[in-house]
Write a protein that binds this ligand. Structure first.
Ligand SMILES: [Zn+2]
Length: 112
């Protein structure tokens, strides 16, 4: 028995079963997606230019002017991005600056 038993997030019961899509609790009838619960708690290790860890919902500030690819728009040093979302990939930060939805590299920002 190496498989860990999922625990109901509602009543913490181990009496549950997987019906192919959701895990269903036999105690309270709660259904949840055990697979997505696991992946959403997985933290991405993203650090800003100062080496401070960043998290979803943080505010960050640009530390240099950044020219947007394929446009003449330049994001100014000091511009603030509120409520960032961390994603996997080359550009780790999904956010809005000046109302524009953009992706940023963590090395070009610092935590606000
Ligand atoms: Zn339950």
């Amino acid at each position: 028995m190496s498989e860990s038993t999922p625990i109901c997030p509602q009543c913490a019961s181990e009496q549950n079963y997987f019906d192919g899509t959701f895990t269903v609790c036999l105690e309270c009838g709660h259904e949840w997606d055990a697979a997505s619960t696991t992946s959403s708690t997985q933290e991405l290790d993203v650090k800003d230019s100062n080496g401070n860890p960043l998290a979803n919902g943080d505010d960050v500030i640009l530390i240099k002017d950044l020219k947007l690819k394929g446009s003449s728009t330049v994001l100014k040093k000091g511009a603030k991005a509120k409520g960032i979302r961390l994603v996997e990939g080359d550009h780790e930060i999904d956010c809005k600056v000046d109302g524009m939805k953009i992706m940023l590299k963590a090395c070009f920002v610092k935590k606000a």
